[in-house]
Design a protein around this ligand. Structure first.
Ligand SMILES: N[C@@H](CCC(=O)N[C@@H](CS)C(=O)NCC(=O)O)C(=O)O
Length: 242
């Protein structure tokens, strides 16, 4: 009997999470067949890293999506790798790091820093940001990414970087249903969460066209939605039909 709570940012019922890190863990837990509940904690900053997702497993608190993945392996034997070769696992590792440590810049910058994305994000995530918390986060992201280098590039250069990451994912997927194996692995938990946020987030940004031009990524998105978020897919289909 497990007692698992995923602390994650809230999302529409039946929909993928607007944070790719939270979405990744949601899918990892689904892939592992775990029973769990999802909650928005009263104070995410109360955890030692001040970030979500966090997994509570009985008395244990595990922070960071990567440590949560390792916890599922260590405690439950849920490798979620379909017996991949070491070479394939190395590719999986590299792709996860690219998305989580670089491509994320494009997603966060387009939502939090660029005016067009921010106008939408503050309504969706912060109900208009009446207390100005979002403005503080916005400044922190701009400063942090500028220190890291991404923020020093022009918009055109930033988009070139992110487009090359998305092109790389599309090439790697090719005509397969899932990355690396015939059934989804932990890599799909990560990639799907990004593709979904690029392509079908309620926040509309320049990430949509550079993802949508890859037919295989669009088909992959729908395949993942059917598997993990069928209600959300229905919602999207009815909205498109209106
Ligand atoms: N490396 C972490 C990153 C988690 C992360 O950056 N979460 C964001 C949401 S997408 C967050 O909590 N941001 C709030 C903050 O940094 O204050 C992981 O993989 O879990």
């Amino acid at each position: 009997m497990t007692d698992l709570t995923l602390y994650a940012y809230p999302t529409m019922p039946g929909f993928f999470n607007g944070s790719p890190y939270c979405g990744k863990v949601d899918i990892l837990l689904k892939l592992a067949g775990m029973d769990f509940t999802t909650e928005m904690p009263e104070n995410p900053k109360g955890f030692s890293k001040g970030k979500l997702p966090v997994l509570k497993d009985g008395d244990e608190i595990i922070e960071d999506s990567e440590f949560i993945r390792l916890h599922l392996i260590e405690k439950y034997g849920a490798t979620l790798d379909q017996g991949l070769s070491n070479d394939a696992k190395a590719v999986g590792h590299a792709v996860c790091r690219m998305l989580d440590e670089r491509t994320i810049y494009g997603l966060a910058w387009s939502r939090w820093v660029e005016d067009e994305g921010w106008a939408q994000a503050k309504e969706l995530f912060l109900e208009g940001d009446p207390n100005g918390i979002g403005e503080t986060m916005r400044r922190e992201i701009r400063e942090g990414y500028t220190f890291a280098g991404f923020g020093r590039h022009t918009a055109e250069e930033q988009r070139q970087f992110i487009k090359s990451d998305i092109d790389c994912i599309a090439t790697l997927l090719g005509d397969q249903d899932w990355f690396l194996a015939n059934q989804p692995t932990y890599l799909d938990a990560t990639v799907f969460s990004y593709i979904a946020n690029f392509y079908a987030s309620p926040i509309k940004t320049w990430l949509i066209p550079i993802t949508a031009k890859h037919d295989n990524l669009v088909a992959y998105f729908e395949r993942g939605m059917e598997r993990w978020y069928p209600e959300g897919l229905q919602m999207l289909k009815s909205m498109a039909a209106e």
